[in-house]
Design a protein around this ligand. Structure first.
Ligand SMILES: Nc1ncnc2c1ncn2[C@@H]1O[C@H](COP(=O)(O)OP(=O)(O)OP(=O)(O)O)[C@@H](O)[C@H]1O
Ligand SMILES: [Mg+2]
Length: 468
């Protein structure tokens, strides 16, 4: 197996050569660079190194700059520095900026080989984690379901698992969060996909009609029952039935649902013969079923039967990072549908879309995008063209300084929020990056990368003294 690829950066020829040989003898693939410039060039051109071992003090381009270039090119490449006694404090700073470790001159080859081995192992782990994360995202992709937030990823993971089972599923979430979409995904990715997918909104049916709609009735079983009626359960034979707003079912319907879940049988209203139905139930609700159980509105035994696997869809305001993706997705679909030319949302309007609370969740977002595109005359959709509820736009883009509380809220994207959080923390802790990374719960490497990415100004950079 390949042990890893190392770049040794050292301007003293003898030292570089001896290190190259030492690493090569251990079985690594090794290259040498005689200056910081050469190292950066190599990293930029091919960037295939698992580890860069660099001298800290070199003419012109020093080890710190090499470190930054390496991390900018590929943050998972590890860097080990070689320092002389007098440069230890710079080495410590380098660690804050993401270096793996440093060794102090003079050192024995054993010492640097040990550090290098560990650094390469760490890189291997990081790569593996990254790969698995990517794999998860790929694996749990469903057509027409957009979302990259952790919350959505979790939902998709569970959804993907339940597709392979026959379990009853309870999908919960506010109105418009995508409960039906998830139920459809489950059906169309399950073994039942060639069978019917039947949806019934229990809340839309008067109680006295629920039973007959669901389970059918026999001719003459009640006034108006002029002929036999096949219920939705029978229509869902070998398929899936989505019972939307399950909390709205009447007590007698609940009894019948319980019987079906226990032994797969239904009894049409007025009939005395039980019929066997092979259908999978997915239940959905936007109310708190536990509360309904507590208040006696919903049967506890039925609740347990339904709540086997639960998929909860968080409201959109709790996964704002999905908003830009959804906007893009709906925009594309709507432009295609309306055969309109290109449209983009201005920065300000995107900011308002991300900041708005979306009580109607994704359905509302979809409607707003469609209306905005339909009404807009120009390619750029400005914030005043967003058909958000009266007063909303003004407050979403009001002068942030006037309303401190809104300030954290109005920032465009997560990226901007992140940038502000970093700047605030750097200011608060006098530029101490170790402290800031702890406070923000990220590694110093990540912090450094973000500082670079957001081009946070030098006055926020390290200003504390290092106590060595
Ligand atoms: N993650 C998503 N990606 C793309 N479209 C979505 C997503 N979630 C929901 N939608 C779309 O939003 C709309 C509302 O979704 P859906 O009908 O599934 O919500 P719901 O939770 O069943 O709402 P209600 O409680 O009002 O019945 C649908 O057009 C659906 O396609
Ligand atoms: Mg629905």
């Amino acid at each position: 197996m390949e042990k890893g690829k190392i770049l040794v950066v050292e301007d003293q020829d003898a030292m570089r050569e001896s290190l190259v040989i030492a690493f090569r003898d251990e079985g690594y693939q090794v290259e040498g660079a005689a200056s910081g410039e050469e190292a950066i060039q190599k990293v930029d051109n091919q960037n295939v190194y698992d580890l860069v071992v660099t001298d800290l003090k070199m003419k012109k381009v020093d080890g710190l700059e090499v470190l930054r270039a390496v991390k900018a090119a590929n943050s998972s490449t590890e860097v080990v520095l070689i320092t002389a006694y007098g440069t230890i404090s710079t080495a410590v700073q380098a660690i804050r900026e993401g270096a793996y470790d440093y060794v102090t001159k003079p050192f024995r080859h054993q010492e640097i080989l040990k550090v290098a081995k560990k650094a390469i192992e760490k890189k291997g782990l990081k790569d593996r984690v990254r790969y698995l994360e990517g794999e998860i995202r790929e694996k749990y992709k469903f057509e027409g379901i957009v979302g990259n937030s952790n919350a959505m990823l979790e939902v998709l993971k569970v959804t993907s698992h339940v597709c392979r089972t026959e379990s009853t599923v309870l999908v919960t979430g506010e109105s418009g969060t995508g409960k039906e979409l998830i139920a459809r995904a489950i059906h169309y990715n399950s073994l039942r996909k060639d069978g019917p997918f039947v949806v019934i909104n229990c809340g839309a049916l008067p109680e006295n009609l629920q039973e007959s709609e669901l389970f059918g009735h026999m001719k003459g079983s009640f006034t108006g029952a002029i002929k036999d009626k096949i219920g939705l359960f029978l229509q869902a034979q070998r398929g899936t039935i989505l019972l939307d707003e399950i909390g709205e079912t009447s007590p007698s319907t609940q009894v019948k649902l319980l019987r079906f879940l226990q032994d797969g049988e239904i009894r049409p209203v007025g009939g005395n013969k039980a019929l066997y139905v092979d259908a999978r139930i997915i239940a959905a609700t936007n109310e708190n079923l536990e509360k309904a159980v507590e208040s006696g509105k919903f049967r506890k035994d039925l609740f347990y039967r339904i709540n086997v696997i639960r998929i909860h869809l968080p409201p959109l305001r709790e996964r704002r990072e999905d908003i830009p993706l959804l906007v893009e997705y709906f925009l594309e679909k709507i432009l295609e549908k309306l055969k309109k030319g290109k449209r983009v949302f201005s920065k300000e309007s995107m900011r308002a879309l991300v900041s708005y609370d979306w009580p109607g969740n994704i359905r509302e977002l979809q409607n707003i995008i469609e209306r905005a595109v339909t009404l807009s005359k120009n390619e750029i959709v400005n914030v005043d063209e967003l058909p958000l509820p009266a007063g909303e736009v003004a407050s979403l883009i009001s002068d942030p300084l006037e309303d401190q509380k809104r300030k954290s809220f109005i920032v465009t994207t997560l990226a901007e929020q992140e940038k502000n959080a970093i700047i605030d923390a750097l200011n608060k802790y006098g530029g101490n990056q170790t402290k800031v990374s702890q406070i923000l719960g990220i590694s110093t490497t990540t912090l450094w990368r973000k500082i670079k990415k957001y081009r946070i100004k030098p006055q926020h950079e390290i200003s504390d003294t290092i106590g060595i």
